[in-house]
Design a protein. Structure first.
Length: 260
């Protein structure tokens, strides 16, 4: 059966907890069959988020210092450890129904892992369109740039030129109804120094890198990159993607009293 097109929407810059409310409302409506699968594209003000596997010690400054620097800190229900979101980083939250559950009432692990790998493939294909060769790393989640590429970044410190660097992070949750939440964060042109304040994804001695660092001043805007991600999503997931204007219900959810 054809599941129909996925709707893609650009939400602009949205505080993290407001975006989380939008996700939860949209996921509940998707589970009820009221709306189609949706790709939410946006950017966040500076925020550190910890997933279900998070360790507080991977935040290298205290919460008070984060507040002084204007960076929020939140513990959320996605997979993974700590990561950073901020202006200049493209965030994508696919709200999609992933399929049938097993006899235990869970999405089979193989299907969950396959979904994450397909998200990685979407981002790898997108980066290739902008002239950046990236790939996966065995046993790790996310999208990586290898030293033969990072060595071309003259402004990067040696740690970024000599070792694999992470250009996109992925953390996902699948609800009891089989609907995905959270998603990916692609470093287009964020403030990279903020990654020095965390052990990103709990991986020591693993640098993060951005498209801007690799391309210099020739860096695309977030909406342009979002358009290419949507195009890659359509190919990798074999789905049609239609762009829409943000419905009023999204804005109502963002300012509602729904608990984060």
């Amino acid at each position: 059966m054809n599941p129909g097109p996925v709707e893609a929407v650009w939400l602009g810059r949205l505080p993290y907890l407001e975006a989380l409310k939008v996700q939860r409302v949209q996921a509940a409506r998707r589970a009820a069959g009221e709306v189609p699968d949706t790709l939410l594209f946006l950017e966040h003000p500076p925020v550190f988020t910890f997933g279900r596997s998070g360790h507080a010690e991977n935040l290298l400054i205290d919460v008070q210092e984060c507040s002084r620097r204007g960076i929020e800190v939140h513990w959320v229900d996605r997979g993974g450890d700590v990561t950073y979101h901020g202006p200049g980083q493209l965030v994508g939250y696919p709200i999609v129904h992933l399929g049938a559950f097993d006899s235990a009432g869970r999405l089979p692990q193989a299907d969950y892992v396959a979904y994450v790998r397909r998200l990685e493939a979407v981002l790898i294909e997108t980066l290739a369109r902008f002239g950046i060769a990236a790939g996966q790393r065995r046993g790790l989640t996310g999208v990586w740039v290898q030293p033969d590429v990072t060595s071309r970044c003259p402004s990067c410190p040696p740690a970024k030129r000599l070792t694999p660097a992470k250009i996109a992070a992925i953390g996902v949750k699948v609800s009891a109804a089989g609907v995905s939440q959270h998603g990916f964060a692609l470093n287009v042109a964020p403030h990279m120094a903020d990654w020095d304040l965390i052990v990103g994804c709990g991986l020591k001695d693993t640098p993060s890198i951005s498209m801007e660092e690799l391309r210099g001043t020739d860096v695309p805007g977030l909406e342009e990159v979002a358009g290419e991600v949507a195009r890659s999503f359509a190919r990798v997931f074999a789905r049609e993607v239609d762009w829409i204007q943000a419905p009023a219900s999204f804005h109502a959810a963002a300012v509602s009293g729904l608990a984060p």
